[in-house]
Design a protein around this ligand. Structure first.
Ligand SMILES: *Cc1c(COP(=O)(O)O)cnc(C)c1O
Length: 532
């Protein structure tokens, strides 16, 4: 039985935990319908070329190691002498994956000015993974390639790849944890400082206890449905308040799934002119799902820490592939230099165990050192095979040069079809503007009740039931799991549907089950009205 007290208890949990409870109800749904979980953002597609190239490169690496020592399953190490010739000889001219592996070297030499031998060695040693990552923050050629990739997919026309430092990490979520830890450790954010956040936002971000210490809740830059989930310009005025030390945003947003428009970016640029010390952290994991994306980093490069993750685009949530990118010329280094003497001395002492010149250690290096509690800096850095995997995915895009990336286009097409199936079946207007990533859709159930029936019914629904009631019944009776929006900071009655993880036609089915459940509520409503 779904009781009000159970519902109230559930509403105290995070959206992901609520979703977990609903999964159980939904799998054994009363109508024995096909179980449809549209709660999670994990994509149900993968990139094949990057993975096949990884496997092939591993074969090459092992053949190289066998050259120096070969005893059963035991082999030696990669010998650099003549490796370029052997790389070319190993790869077949008529195999698609091999041709790709040849192309990535040609592209890197011709367009990124990388040294052929150094690159092949880095790829081969990296994939074998028999040495600690050196340099710890990022392998050298890898950094150039990741930068070229970020330039192409996120920076728009701003040319930043040569002035950006990259730190590959275990996914976007690790990036966020490392960044906030280091901002805190370096005194750039302190307990009680205010942080602005664009809401609705990815719940786990609201729940990071480290962020709660920062008094996070105070400044939400609200995006609302009537604004198509864009942040109104007036909200940006909140950033002019000097007590707001940082602005943390997900762009395109989750769950709103909208990217900042050119006008909004311009608004933000102006804010930063007035607030040159503002710290901006932008999570751009969904950037490639909108057309012509431009990151906040391209507009405010000195003030912005960029987070990107390969998780969604390439279907690699299990691989844990993300990056932190920071400009060489940045406000963080400057702010560290301006810290009170006492704090500076303390930090110099902290970092002096890993560098002779701690006062000159840049913020991005500090994040890397802090990620292993400084003391273990020498074994910090992301595993080298993971770094090479990022290189290979980046290259699937880069080698196309100015051609359209059919893989990225296909990903956008998938979410667009599912979005269309959902919205057209619900009878709701579609937002086909470029800034809609269509990775998630927020639906306001009360609004839908009003549109499909009338305002009184919507009010009754709002007043008589807990917010979670509709979702629980949808799970228990109809076998559909969605995520509730309140945990994301959305308005009550809003639910999030992920377009990432079900078959295209399932989205019509979800819409039909929502409509039919709403009808059941309406029948209940008319019965009660008759009694009165
Ligand atoms: C899915 C998602 C990520 C990806 O995180 P990983 O740790 O890279 O898997 C990052 N940020 C947001 C907002 C997301 O929704």
């Amino acid at each position: 039985m779904i009781t009000k007290s159970f519902e109230r208890k559930l509403e105290k949990l995070g959206a992901f935990e609520i979703s977990f409870d609903m999964l159980k109800l939904s799998e054994k749904n009363e109508k024995h319908l096909k179980f449809l979980n549209a709660g999670r953002g994990n994509p149900n597609w993968i990139n094949t070329l990057g993975r096949l190239a990884f496997a092939r490169l591993m074969e090459f690496g092992v053949s190289e190691c066998k050259r120096t020592l070969d005893k059963g399953d035991l082999a030696g190490y990669v010998d650099s002498n003549g490796i370029e010739e052997r790389y070319n000889a190993f790869l077949n001219r008529d195999d698609e994956v091999d041709v790709f592996l040849k192309k990535i070297v040609e592209y890197s030499v011709d367009h990124l000015d990388l040294d052929k031998k150094s690159l092949i060695l880095e790829l081969t040693n990296g994939i074998i993974g028999n040495n600690y990552p050196v340099p710890s923050r990022c392998l050298e050629n890898t950094e150039h390639i990741i930068n070229a990739f970020l330039q192409s997919i996120l920076y728009g026309k701003a040319n930043l790849r040569k002035n950006t430092k990259v730190f590959p990490v275990e996914g976007g979520t690790a990036a966020i944890v490392y960044i906030f830890d280091s901002l805190k450790h370096n005194g750039l954010l302190n307990d009680g400082d205010r942080i602005a956040i664009n809401t609705p936002v990815f719940t786990p971000y609201i729940q990071i206890p480290r962020l709660s210490n920062f008094d996070l809740a105070e400044v939400y830059l609200q995006a609302r449905e009537e604004n198509q989930w864009h942040i109104p310009d007036s909200e940006f005025e909140k950033l002019l308040d000097p007590s707001v030390k940082a602005f943390f945003l997900v762009n395109p947003s989750n769950p709103g799934s909208r990217s900042l428009t050119d006008e909004t970016l311009e608004q933000l640029r102006k804010v930063v002119v007035k607030r040159p010390d503002l710290i901006i952290i932008t999570d751009d994991v969904y950037g490639t799902f909108v057309n012509g994306f431009r990151t906040v980093y391209s507009v405010c490069p000195r003030n912005t820490i960029l987070v990107y993750s390969y998780s969604k685009l390439y279907g690699v949530t299990g691989w844990r592939l993300g990056v932190i990118a920071i400009n060489e010329d940045n406000v963080f280094d400057e702010l560290i230099k301006k810290l009170p003497e006492k704090k500076k001395k303390e930090l110099e002492s902290d970092y002096s165990i890993v560098t002779f010149n701690p006062s000159e250690m840049g913020f991005v290096e500090r994040i890397c050192a802090d990620s292993r509690s400084i003391g273990l800096y020498h074994t910090s850095g992301l595993s080298t095979p993971q770094q090479i995997m990022m290189v290979l995915f980046s290259m699937t895009h880069l080698v196309l040069e100015n051609e359209k990336d059919q893989y990225i286009e296909a990903c956008k097409e998938i979410t667009a079809i599912r979005y269309h199936n959902l919205m057209s079946t619900l009878g709701l207007p579609e937002d086909n503007s470029d800034s809609n990533a269509k990775y998630y859709t927020l639906i306001d159930i009360y609004q839908l009740a009003e549109t499909n029936y009338d305002k009184n019914f919507a009010t009754w629904l709002r007043n008589e039931f807990e917010e979670i009631d509709f979702l629980l019944h949808l799970a228990k009776e109809d076998g559909v799991v969605l995520m509730e929006g309140v945990g994301f900071g959305a308005t009550p009655g809003t639910v999030r549907i992920s377009e990432a993880n079900l078959e295209d036609n399932d989205y019509k089915e979800i819409a039909n089950r929502i409509i039919s459940l709403l009808k059941e509520y309406y029948e209940k409503y008319t019965k009660e009205k008759k009694k009165l």
